[in-house]
Design a protein around this ligand. Structure first.
Ligand code: NAD
Length: 248
């Protein structure tokens, strides 16, 4: 990706955990960064402040990735504000675990809607501008559970596997307009999403991680920043695990 201006990045789920680390790291790498998330204004403000303290222009918008109208409106407003978009990070995600015989329609649908349809909504909204403005980079946050499945996560694993299929198709569709599309598949990462995880389950997980620890949001952000940089210009349609060897 060759750009003359500061790169303009939009991070969904940028108020917390992995998304927040990505937003701040992209700012440190020289980007202006907008975050889109579902929550209170107070959750996003410190992130915007951090982006600005790293020298980038910050922006925030509250909404639901699973609502295509809200996704389009947010992308339109970002483009109006920044004059274009070079980087999209589809990171927003939730989980609602239950074994399949106990999973409700609502648990199935909400996870598919946020974790898979949300990626579609934002990718479709940015594609015309990336196509007409000389290209860009899209990074989708999947999960190792989209590669291997996980007990109790039929909804989440299906959504995250779907993200991989979507990534490969978008890589094909957008390559001619110089846009790379890749997926990152984290293993267990220490973020607020893990707050509800019992200590025994954490210990069990650490035992299967070759590098012997739970990952940090920064471990993921460092890879994402690389994939958005010119150094990754010949990488597209790829799925890269960042899991300390949890799944090999
Ligand atoms: P987190 O709960 O700390 O942050 C989730 C973010 O997504 C928040 O900003 C939240 O506002 C936003 N969000 C949730 N639902 C939304 C919606 N409907 N619309 C807009 N924004 C919404 O979680 P995290 O651990 O940082 O997870 C980030 C991503 O990484 C998710 O896609 C998750 O599935 C994936 N992931 C996490 C882990 C892990 O162990 N933490 C492992 C693999 C993949």
């Amino acid at each position: 990706m060759v750009t003359q201006h500061r790169r303009r990045a939009l991070v969904t789920g940028g108020s917390s955990g992995i998304g927040r680390a990505i937003a701040e790291s992209l700012a440190l790498d020289g980007c202006d960064v907008g975050i889109f998330y579902l929550g209170e204004p107070d959750e996003g403000r410190p992130v915007v402040k951090a982006i600005e303290s790293h020298g980038g222009r910050g922006w925030m918008h509250i909404g639901d990735v699973s609502d295509s109208g809200q996704a389009q409106a947010a992308v339109d407003s970002f483009i109006a504000e920044f004059g274009g978009i070079d980087i999209l990070i589809n990171n927003a995600g939730i989980f609602r675990d239950h074994v399949i015989w106990k999973m409700s329609d609502e648990e199935w649908r909400s996870v598919i809607d946020v974790d898979l349809t949300g990626v579609f909504n934002f990718s479709r909204a940015v594609a015309p501008t990336m196509r007409s403005n000389g290209g860009g980079a899209i990074v989708n946050i999947s999960s190792i559970n989209g590669l291997r499945g996980k007990f109790g996560q039929s909804n989440y694993s299906a959504a995250k596997a779907g993200v991989i299929g979507l990534t490969k198709t978008l890589a094909r569709e957008l390559a001619r307009s110089n846009t790379t599309v890749n997926a990152v598949a984290p293993g267990l990462i220490d973020t607020p999403i893990l707050d509800a995880m019992p200590e025994t389950e954490r210990k069990k997980a650490v035992e299967e991680i070759l590098l012997g620890r739970i990952g940090t949001a920064q471990d993921v952000a460092d890879l994402v920043v690389f994939l958005c940089s010119d150094r990754a210009r010949f990488i597209t349609g790829e799925v890269i695990r960042v899991d300390g060897g949890q799944y090999i």
